[in-house]
Design a protein around this ligand. Structure first.
Ligand code: URP
Ligand code: ZN
Ligand code: ZN
Ligand code: ZN
Length: 482
């Protein structure tokens, strides 16, 4: 067979195998895996690793924060930075504003993404105001191929437990996945006031204002709501040992519970908040950075499979009055924008500290960076693997190149991981057979990326929880959970 493009001589890695083969690509799809393939165009991958392109499943792009502040990255700079970090697809958020219809929300994000993205994209729909007319719109959201929602248990955008249960139930009915930012809102605001009222206002007090206990309480509650409804739930950015244990236990119970952690909880600590002047503001994110013991425990949970994905939670706000200091420079920690960038650093850091240092193997790396996200967010096997018929979403890595992390391709004025020595970098990234980054140069144009229509979430490996006490056959309730 004649191919449009052949990737020759590389070592291929999927979530389960590592092997030598050429990849033949036709019409944007993987057509052949074999040897001595020929094509009109050839990429020599000798000495390189060839993997499914990364899928970044948690990032904030062209999105207003809970404070109403627009992220520094739009779909152009955000997708370019993602591609340089080895990603061929990403799923940022489309955030509903209170009172806004879902149709209007999605139209807004289509306008932000379609003309600008260089890689394929979809959105998770953030629901902040799930009133009855919004709930009525949700089946249509699944028909559009948007099969994941996100809710907050804190911030002004939080939902009540009752609203959360409604959303879980609708999502489950349509094969979707609900994501949750789990922190106990009242515990946080009470602690923050207690600190600020006593003059503890510097950036470093962001950490004690958001104790692990507040996260763990909310994770436990969210898991209980998921069990009650037998509905799939993704706990995003788990940042504590106990939080990870709760996820692991829920999974052992069979519950449709999934966990995500992020590089900042593996590579940074709360001591980074205590840098001179207001530099600590760079490291204000939520949940906050923890400590080195936490880092070790989270790595152990990554290695043993508690976490299905490691995502960047890229939430870029520049260190100036358009971003971190939009409420002024000399403000207390409560008024500083939350979030840090990292979309380009996620995979190189996980490769360097994970694979090169032997904490995880290469196949686990592929699972955590691409395959599991594709499965959970309804894109597998079109995306997330190297298989015949799959989209040719491919990242070619030089596993030996070492760089000191510095300026990235995002629109940010700082890199929280600056100065880290990182071994293993993507050199060429393809989305549907088209080069986005070629030998370290951007070649795609804004708008080249396309919207990905997603399907049902893959829940294999878990049984779900049918609670006898909610069963109408043995109790007296109506079949409210159907
Ligand atoms: O601090 C963070 N992570 N900001 C982004 C919004 C969120 O919490 O996901
Ligand atoms: Zn969050
Ligand atoms: Zn986030
Ligand atoms: Zn820059």
């Amino acid at each position: 067979m004649q191919h449009d493009l052949v990737i020759k001589g590389g070592t291929l890695a999927t979530a389960s195998e590592t092997f030598s083969a050429d990849i033949g690509i036709r019409d944007g799809k993987i057509a052949t895996l074999g040897h001595d393939l020929s094509g009109e165009d050839v990429i020599d991958a000798t000495g390189k690793l060839v993997m499914p392109g990364g899928i970044e499943a948690h990032c904030h792009i062209a999105q207003e924060s809970g404070m109403g502040l627009m992220t520094s990255d739009d779909y152009e700079s955000g997708s370019i930075s993602a591609a340089f970090g080895g990603n061929s697809c990403f799923v940022p958020f489309a955030a509903q504003k209170p009172g806004q219809s879902v149709a209007d929300t999605l139209a807004t994000y289509d306008g932000r993404a379609a003309p600008k993205s260089v890689i394929d994209y979809s959105y998770h729909l953030i629901l902040t105001d799930p009133n009855p007319s919004v709930l009525d719109e949700l089946p249509g959201v699944f028909d559009r191929g948007i099969t994941s929602f996100k809710v907050f248990m804190t911030y002004a955008t939080r939902v009540s437990d009752a609203q959360f249960l409604d959303i879980l139930t609708v999502a489950r009915r349509h094969g979707g996945l609900t994501m949750v930012h789990a922190e106990n809102h009242d515990m946080l605001t009470w602690m923050a006031s207690a600190l600020a009222d006593n003059g503890y206002t510097e950036p470093k007090y962001h950490a004690p204002a958001r104790p692990g206990l507040a996260e763990e309480e909310a994770i436990n509650r969210a898991i209980s709501l998921s069990k009650l409804t037998n509905a799939p739930l993704m706990i995003v950015h788990v940042s504590t040992p106990k939080g990870a244990e709760l996820v692991a236990q829920a999974r052992a119970d069979g519950a449709y519970v999934f966990g995500e952690t992020c590089p900042q909880y593996l590579f940074l600590t709360k001591h980074d908040l205590d840098r001179p002047g207001m530099e600590g503001a760079k490291y204000i994110c939520s949940p906050p950075l923890r400590d080195t013991h936490t880092q070790e425990v989270l790595w152990r949970h990554i290695a043993r499979g508690t976490f299905s994905v490691v995502s960047s939670d890229h939430a870029p706000f520049r260190l100036d009055d358009t971003g971190k200091f939009s409420n002024g420079r000399d403000v207390d920690f409560r008024k500083i924008a939350n979030g840090m960038p990292g979309i380009e650093m996620r995979l190189p850091m996980m490769f360097s500290e994970g694979v090169v240092k032997g904490r995880i193997n290469l196949n686990q790396f592929v699972a955590l960076s691409s395959t599991n996200a594709a499965r959970l967010y309804g894109m597998h096997p079109t995306k997330g693997t190297l298989a015949i018929g799959a989209d040719a979403d491919i990242a070619i890595w030089d596993p030996t190149e070492t760089r000191i992390a510095g300026d990235m391709h995002d629109a940010m004025d700082y890199n929280p991981f600056e100065g880290m020595e990182v071994t293993g970098w993507p050199v060429t990234v393809l989305t549907r057979g088209r080069r986005v980054v070629d030998q370290g140069e951007l070649v795609a144009k804004p708008g080249d990326g396309g919207f990905v229509k997603r399907g049902r979430s893959d829940l294999s490996g878990l049984t779900g929880t049918r609670l006898p006490e909610t069963d109408p056959a043995t109790n007296f309730g109506a079949e409210i959970l159907r």
